[in-house]
Write a protein of this length. Structure first.
Lengths: 108, 121
């Protein structure tokens, strides 16, 4: 099973700042099968990024993904008020599919 | 529009079973599969397994093998997840999510609203 470790656990930032979230895999994630989701309190997760760097439909371009192998990054270029949430990475390279523990982006 | 509406909250006793439904609309049901993901209170996301609405193939997480049964009803465009022999640590919100048709390997582009299952004596 591929274990995904996200850091930091919590990121305290202000609106307009840049957010950089990390996701590290216990083994290489093949075929770039790495995704990111956003979850707000009381809501289901929402797909943001798939294939490491492709934005899902309707996702603004301030969200970007990068990385390869075992190290991946989600960047939010300028935080908007609606971006404060928990973010999860997910690998779909091998079964069982696994998620990281999440990074909470909170208002400073 | 694409939508998934799940059944309501449940309270079950330890050892009992629960069956959660997920009704899809806005697209051709049999062109996709369904993944079930759960989230314990204040915790992260856990993949439980996948079912193809096309041919009924399944892929369950080893942790749930023998306790989980995923099915679909194409006549009503509904996916179901039944979890048996419930324990207190099964208390969680259970989500359905649209997935690829042919394989469990994929992302989840549309989710249900979640169903809270509480296991308590």
């Amino acid at each position: 099973e591929i274990v995904l470790t996200q850091s930091p656990g919590t990121l305290s930032l202000s609106t307009g700042e840049r957010a950089t979230l990390s996701c590290r895999a216990s083994q290489s994630v093949s075929s770039r099968y790495l995704a990111w989701y956003q979850q707000k309190p009381g809501q289901a997760p929402r797909l943001l990024i798939y294939g490491v760097s492709s934005r899902a439909i309707g996702i603004p371009d301030r969200f970007s993904g990068s990385g390869s192998g075992t190290d991946f990054t989600l960047t939010i270029s300028r935080l908007e008020p609606e971006d404060f949430a928990v973010y999860y990475c997910q690998q779909y390279s091998t079964s069982p599919l696994t998620f990281g523990g999440g990074t909470k982006v909170e208002i400073k | 529009q694409v939508q998934h509406v799940q059944s309501g909250a449940e309270v079950q006793k330890p050892g009992a079973s629960v069956k959660v439904s997920c009704k899809a609309s806005g697209y051709t049901f049999t062109n996709y599969g369904f993944t079930w993901v759960r989230q314990a209170p204040g915790q992260g996301l856990e993949w439980m397994g996948w079912i193809s609405a096309h041919n009924g193939d399944t892929n369950y997480a080893q942790k749930f093998q023998g306790r989980v049964n995923m099915t679909t009803d194409t006549s009503s465009s509904t996916a179901y997840m039944e979890l048996g022999n419930l324990r207190s640590d099964d208390t969680a919100v259970y989500y359905c999510a649209r997935s690829p048709r042919r394989t469990a390997i994929g992302t989840f582009d549309s989710w249900g609203q979640g169903t809270l299952v509480t296991v308590s004596s």
